[in-house]
Design a protein around this ligand. Structure first.
Ligand code: CP
Length: 353
């Protein structure tokens, strides 16, 4: 059994095979119309979603399978206090594969510990969103033809933007990737992601500085739902707005991606620009999720161990949004390259004794 909790749960080779499968599905839709006949996908969404949940649903339906689940945790027994561990133990009896979105960071790791069926992380808080990353990789591949030697601008909320964190983890594995970071000071990358950036990254203060050097501009929304203080959100929400005038500074081949939903960080006057690829990107999400569901249902080998060594710990995580603070899980940690002890669920550092 294999899960997808983090983009690096798939090797570069496996990621390539999955993207190629998605392209084959696009070109031969009928050939895959019954490959999941009789199989069931459970979509457990504890947090709102349009694209991810509906594309998972459409993906399973187009593979011939069925879908059950909830899109509002208040209508499930979670509202009576059921834990993630117990919920997935139960759903393992009803379905063949689970796609889970949760507002607590690390919740899909907990699910994977207790599930008897594959778990797909469909987004956990501000931490990780690996199926969006597969969508992004397929979009770059189809738009530009390759995944290596690219300069990628990441703009907006890099602190809470889980899609950015996962994209960095995936893209840093390709030769010649260069990241350009564009964000307000308060919304810079968390240190556990900044620490893994290739050394050639650069930070700039304006979109105007970044645009001429980019192959891909990855815009993100400022994540209102993650702010403890709404005044901070109001102050930061319009920090970077891409519009048609700024697009005149970008190369002809550059593409604009956005995981969506957008608020107002991309002006609608960009939508008709052929380089605006964000609505084409959404369509790729369904095909890559078809490829993922089909692949994971066919895998029988054990989940490969991540390179980091995990140890039990009694220390508390410093991240208020971590699942270990709200559910009775076995706390585990790892030590990063700088000697910092980090939570194995959400990657934030642990409190010092
Ligand atoms: N990109 C993305 O995750 O969109 P949803 O929140 O609508 O699923």
């Amino acid at each position: 059994m294999r899960h997808l909790i983090d983009p690096t749960d798939l090797s570069v080779e496996e990621t390539g095979q999955l993207l190629n499968l998605a392209i084959d599905i696009i070109n031969n839709r009928q050939a895959y119309a019954h490959v999941c006949d009789g199989k069931k996908l459970a979509t457990l969404f504890y947090e709102p979603s349009t694209r991810t949940r509906l594309s998972f649903t459409a993906a399973m339906m187009e593979l011939g399978g069925n879908v059950l689940g909830f899109s509002d945790a208040r209508t499930s027994s979670v509202s009576k206090g059921e834990t993630v561990a117990d919920t997935v133990r139960v759903v393992s009896s009803f379905a063949d594969i689970i796609a889970m979105r949760h507002f607590k960071e690390g919740a899909p790791n907990v699910a994977a510990q207790y599930s008897r069926i594959p778990i797909i992380n469909a987004g956990d808080g501000g931490h990780s969103h690996p199926t969006q990353t597969l969508t992004d990789l397929l979009s770059i591949l189809r738009e530009l033809g390759h995944l290596d030697n690219l300069t990628i601008g990441l703009c907006g909320d890099l602190k809470y933007g889980r899609t950015v964190h996962s994209l960095i983890k995936a893209m840093k594995r390709y030769d010649g990737t260069r990241f350009v970071l564009i964000s307000p000071d308060e919304l810079r990358l968390p240190d556990y992601i900044k620490n893994i950036l290739p050394s050639n990254f650069i930070e700039v203060n304006t979109l105007e500085e970044a645009l001429p050097m980019l192959d891909v501009l990855y815009m993100t929304r400022v994540q209102q739902e993650r702010f403890a203080n709404q005044d901070d959100y109001e102050r930061l929400k319009d920090s970077f707005i891409l519009d048609a005038k700024k697009m005149t500074l970008a190369p002809e081949h550059m593409i604009v991606l956005h995981p969506l939903p957008r608020v107002n960080e991309i002006s609608t006057d960009v939508d008709e620009d052929p380089r605006a690829a964000y609505f084409r990107q959404v369509g790729n999400g369904k095909f890559v999720r078809m490829a993922l569901i089909y692949t994971l249902l066919g895998k029988t080998e054990e989940q490969p161990k991540r390179l980091r060594v995990l140890s039990p710990t009694t220390r508390r995580c410093t991240n208020d949004r971590c699942i270990t603070l709200s559910e009775p899980v076995v706390k585990q940690s790892y030590t990063d390259e700088d000697g910092v002890e980090r939570c194995a669920y959400c990657d934030h550092c642990l409190r010092k004794d």
